[in-house]
Design a protein around this ligand. Structure first.
Ligand code: ZN
Length: 258
């Protein structure tokens, strides 16, 4: 079997056998790959610290006949996520984004847009951009690439959302103005005009470009959390952990940051 090589991000790892690990990678060429890293838990492992979560690596692997897991042959660090370890909130944000990709991305399906999204959001976190803004950005795009979260345009009646915001119905998925909303059944959520304005910048600019508008970012962060948990059909513990860390900043009822 030929060696396959690709740039990849380490989504997570878990211990297997006596001294090994399974690394879940998101690669540029083949999407999500589960790779058996022999000896990865030994003190002098040849993988060194390359398998830490969030690292960008150059990975090489062999298929194993009849097995779902590939054999990780080499894994060299390209850029480390270690600087994030100094900031527990951004580290938790990166951990959550990694779990999201692991939850939503199918195995062995190349997805260049998702690969670029991971790369851009990881860079923005390393660049010390606000965690709730970057997570809201990432979730918006992940849901949109999955076809679950359309770009708001105008209400079917022709009204824009610039003044009164919009009401979102996940069942559609569709947005309606506040006047038409009662005819659509049970609303999923409301979005303020400010949040919709920020969302619009998400669709046209990289995460590093969005101006940190704290209240709108918080609103989208909370909204996307509910949407993501709904589509994943369960609350994601990694997001819960992140929310716990953000609590003093976000405030339980949208109160001001201390
Ligand atoms: Zn309307």
């Amino acid at each position: 079997m030929p060696l396959k090589q690709s740039r990849a991000f380490v989504l997570r790892t878990y211990a297997v056998a006596e001294a090994d690990r399974v690394a879940v990678l998101f690669s540029g060429d083949e999407g999500k790959v589960r790779a058996w890293a022999r000896g990865a838990r030994k003190p002098k492992s040849r993988y060194g610290g390359a398998l830490d979560i969030g690292n960008e690596v150059e990975a090489g692997w062999y298929e194993r006949e009849g097995r779902e897991l590939v054999h990780l042959d080499r894994c060299e660090l390209v850029t480390s996520a270690l600087p994030l370890a100094r900031d527990p909130v951004r580290a938790a944000a990166l951990g959550y984004l990694s779990r999201l990709v692991d939850t939503f991305a199918p195995d062995r399906e190349a997805d260049p847009r998702l690969f670029r999204l991971i790369s851009a959001c990881r860079d923005a976190l390393l660049d010390e951009r606000p965690a709730e803004l970057i997570v809201a950005y990432f979730e918006a795009w992940l849901l949109r690439l999955s076809g679950l979260y359309p770009r708001p345009g105008r209400c079917a009646c022709g009204a824009g959302f610039e003044e009164g915001g919009a009401v979102f119905f996940a069942a559609g998925p569709v947005y309606a103005c506040t006047r038409c909303a009662p005819g659509h059944g049970e609303p999923t959520d409301r979005l303020s005009a400010g949040a919709l304005g920020l969302l619009e910048t998400f669709w046209i600019a990289p995460p590093s470009a969005s101006a940190p508008e704290a209240p709108a970012a918080r609103e989208l962060f909370r909204f996307h959390g509910r949407l993501t948990a709904g589509f994943a059909e369960r609350a994601l513990p990694a997001r819960h952990a992140l929310e716990g860390l953000l609590e003093p900043r976000v405030g339980p009822a949208g109160g001001p940051a201390p």
